[in-house]
Design a binder for this molecule. Structure first.
Ligand code: NAP
Length: 216
């Protein structure tokens, strides 16, 4: 499977591209926005596509050409304001979904926020609510397509070493999860047709990734 990783230069993205390349059965195409970011991916033997999510759907569609699946793990991050939250976390995600539709790539895995319910938007602190709202509407956009989607809702991300053990369900208690383990779950998800049309929360746990995903 040829997998486009959108947000490949991010912390989850870099782990994911590495795991895809190490899998021996899949090939990553890393969507990044700066030329100087290319070398890491070339060293892994991954293809790259230089595209800024603030560009057009057609630009993103060029990166989508030739892949079998897309994982969206981009984000504007905590150091920019609500303007970039709208442009990347919401519109960047929507444009990627539209690019997938345009090119005819059906499989789409979205890295969402832990809770994108309307209540979560209302309950979030002022500084966080635009982000949750952006993620809510990006999820809604995806749900209203006929793409083969899976929406992954990870808890608070950490840079602890992954354990390969997780807890997944439609609803789990709020918790944290190492980015390495999120990347493992994303790889196991994108290749798993039984997860099409599903969404689940993800935190650290006691169950091996493959077994945990079988419970969904
Ligand atoms: P990250 O390290 O901040 O990576 C985000 C990536 O998005 C970066 O590589 C960044 O590119 C890319 N990006 C930003 N603007 C872009 C643009 N205009 N065009 C193309 N790419 C752009 O994030 P992470 O820690 O890996 O997290 C990934 C995902 O998890 C995000 O969707 C986030 O919302 C979600 N999430 C986070 C948490 C949390 O606790 N932090 C919890 C649940 C879900 P550059 O490298 O060029 O800057």
């Amino acid at each position: 499977m040829n997998i486009l990783v959108v947000g490949a230069n991010g912390q989850i993205g870099k782990h994911l591209v590495k795991y895809i390349q190490e899998s021996g059965e899949h090939q990553a195409k890393a969507m990044i926005r700066k030329q100087e970011q290319e070398q890491y991916f070339k060293d892994l033997g991954a293809e790259t596509a230089l595209v800024d999510l603030e560009g057009s759907i057609d630009d993103i569609a060029k990166a989508v050409e030739g892949v079998d699946a897309i994982v969206f793990t981009a984000g504007s991050g905590p150091h920019t304001g609500p303007d970039k939250t709208i442009l990347i976390d919401l519109d960047g995600a929507v444009k990627t979904i539209e690019a997938a539709k345009q090119v005819g790539v059906k499989r789409f895995v979205m890295v969402s926020s832990f809770d994108t319910s309307r209540e979560a938007v209302l309950e979030a602190p002022d500084s966080f609510s635009p982000y949750v709202a952006a993620k809510l509407y990006a999820d809604e956009w995806l749900l209203n397509t006929d793409l083969d989607y899976t929406i992954v809702h990870p808890g608070r991300l950490t840079n602890d070493s992954g354990t390969g053990k997780v807890q997944v369900a439609e609803k789990v208690e709020r918790g944290s999860i190492p980015r390495e383990d999120v990347a493992k779950v994303l790889l196991a998800t994108v290749d798993n047709d039984s997860l099409i049309g599903k969404r689940f929360q993800l935190v650290e746990g006691d169950t091996a990734v493959e077994d945990a995903l079988k419970s969904l």
